[in-house]
Design a protein around this ligand. Structure first.
Ligand code: NDP
Ligand code: 8X3
Length: 250
């Protein structure tokens, strides 16, 4: 039977490529983000492969999150796969000079936003005793790097929530797992450095980073395993990367 996936952060980077990869496999899509024009473009692009519905909301707004999920038309109401992907880093500063606004953004989006979306969708999975949740964590959720402090804390929280969800939803037959990517060339660094394109580009120069497609193919592999197989926690890095701070540059 055709499955339906709910993907947050589908307007860019990893989320957008997961949408494209899932569309190839005829998975019905609920695409979420704040940039409506990008949602519209992607809907148009993917509608030749599959059915697509878009939802525009900020994951920080718990009422809007719930209202968006409740607004789904009947044929999109049963969600089989939740991809908790929306998130970003804001700033890269030592703890003593970090910005409170940046800290709020990262904790509100990466942690609380992921919880609000999960809270709106998990009850239907529990009621059906089935579902698959894939959390997009990070190598930053496994190790802390200089000036990464609060972003790393937010991704360590995702790692803990991934484990916690898996434990609590185990008796309901719901699969929960995470992909923890290293450096992936997306708009991530544009956001982190607040539009400083030169600084953002330098992050991915001198080596071949992961592409969002690499992560998307891995996401499809995970969600297409047979029902008795759950990939609980998968860390992936480009070959040039050995840890958050060790990257072999040419
Ligand atoms: P992008 O900046 O390319 O995409 C981020 C996505 O998140 C966008 O679709 C954006 O949509 C959405 N988003 C951000 N803030 C909000 C918000 N407040 N409400 C709703 N949606 C929001 O980055 P990536 O694709 O790289 O990042 C995706 C995930 O992957 C993040 O969780 C990130 O932490 C993680 N990750 C990224 C890595 C990398 O190196 N790039 C490595 C490891 C993990 P919109 O702005 O339209 O709302
Ligand atoms: C994104 C990867 O190393 O920039 O989570 O934190 S990193």
């Amino acid at each position: 039977m055709r499955k339906t996936a709910f993907i947050t952060g589908a307007t860019s980077g990893i989320g957008r490529e997961i949408a494209r990869e899932f569309a190839k496999h005829n998975i019905r899509l609920i695409l979420c983000g704040r940039r409506q024009e990008r949602l519209d473009e992607l809907q148009q692009e993917l509608s030749t492969h599959t059915e697509v519905h878009t939802l525009n909301f900020d994951v920080r707004d718990k009422e809007k999150v719930a209202a968006a999920v409740n607004s789904l038309p009947e044929n999109f109401q049963t969600i089989d796969i939740l991809i908790n992907n929306a998130g970003n880093a804001h700033g890269l500063d030592p703890i003593q000079t970090g910005s409170l606004d940046d800290w709020d953004a990262m904790l509100d989006i990466n942690v609380k936003g992921l919880l609000y979306v999960s809270k709106a969708i998990i009850p239907q999975m529990v009621a059906r005793n089935s579902g698959h949740i894939l959390n997009i964590g990070s190598t930053a959720g496994k190790e802390v790097y200089p000036n990464g402090n609060v972003y790393c804390a937010s991704k360590h929280a995702v790692d803990a929530l991934n484990q916690g969800m898996r434990i609590d939803l185990n008796t309901h037959g719901i699969r929960v797992g995470a992909i923890n990517p290293g450096l992936v060339a997306t708009e991530f660094s544009d956001v982190r450095f607040k539009g400083d394109e030169d600084r953002a580009e330098k992050v991915y120069q001198g080596y071949q980073p992961l592409t969002p497609q690499d992560v998307a193919e891995t996401a499809y592999f995970i969600i297409s395993r047979p029902p008795h197989v759950n990939i609980a926690d998968l860390t992936m890095m480009c070959t040039a990367q050995a840890s958050s701070t060790i990257v072999k540059k040419s």
